[in-house]
Design a protein around this ligand. Structure first.
Ligand SMILES: Nc1ncnc2c1ncn2[C@@H]1O[C@H](COP(=O)(O)OP(=O)(O)OP(=O)(O)O)[C@@H](O)[C@H]1O
Ligand SMILES: [Mg+2]
Length: 186
């Protein structure tokens, strides 16, 4: 095998990619099965996974991405945090007009915390709707009403907070706040 790899660097490159992909799948399965699993994840990697998982329902021309802290690191169950943010993007997508809709996904780091923000210029919510929004089973769109309850549960499990602001006819903003892992300089 090693002779083959020396003889053909392309084979070596393919094997390295396969090995990397299988490690990635193994971490994903472990994160799904063990909700308390945590790993250090850079915001760049987190956003990469979020965008991979939302591209099927969110056209590029609706979504604006602003990642101001690509090197910031958080300690999370990656697949569950990705699902949480994708849920917020799904809600935003349902709320916006197909022609004029704009969704902004952003992140910044400040004072030892990372803030991930999903904003839209969609239909927004009345104050009474906003009060029910996190209730499991409550839906204003005839769906299952599981999304925001799951998002809050996941964020709080990872010692973070989520807040939701909304104005009817103006849009909605969801902000997830998580502690940043401060890596020591080498
Ligand atoms: N960005 C948003 N703009 C307007 N309304 C929203 C937004 N996000 C959530 N809502 C309102 O809050 C309700 C609850 O959201 P939630 O994600 O929990 O459930 P759902 O989207 O209806 O169902 P599911 O997520 O299970 O498919 C939505 O049905 C909608 O009425
Ligand atoms: Mg939802």
């Amino acid at each position: 095998m090693s002779q083959m790899m020396e003889a053909n660097p392309q084979i070596s490159e393919y094997l390295s990619r396969i090995s990397h992909a299988s490690e990635h799948i193994s971490t994903m399965v472990s994160d799904i099965l063990n909700e308390d699993n945590r790993s250090h994840v850079s915001m760049e990697d987190l956003f990469h996974s979020i965008l991979m998982n939302s591209s099927s329902f969110l056209p590029d021309d609706i979504l604006n991405v602003h990642l101001n802290c690509p090197n910031a690191v958080i300690a999370v169950n990656q697949i569950r945090m990705v699902r949480a943010v994708v849920n917020l993007l799904g809600n935003a997508q349902k709320a916006v007009d197909a022609k004029t809709g704009v969704i902004r996904l952003s992140a910044e780091s400040s004072e030892g915390h990372v803030q991930i923000c999903v904003e839209d210029n969609g239909i927004g919510m009345e104050p009474e709707q906003l009060k029910c929004a996190f209730e499991i089973g409550w839906s204003g769109t005839g769906s299952t009403g599981m999304g925001l309850g799951y998002v809050r549960q996941e964020v709080e499990r990872q010692n973070g907070t989520i807040c939701l602001e909304s104005m009817p006819g103006q849009g909605t903003r969801a902000v997830i706040r998580l502690k940043e892992v401060m890596c020591d300089a080498p």
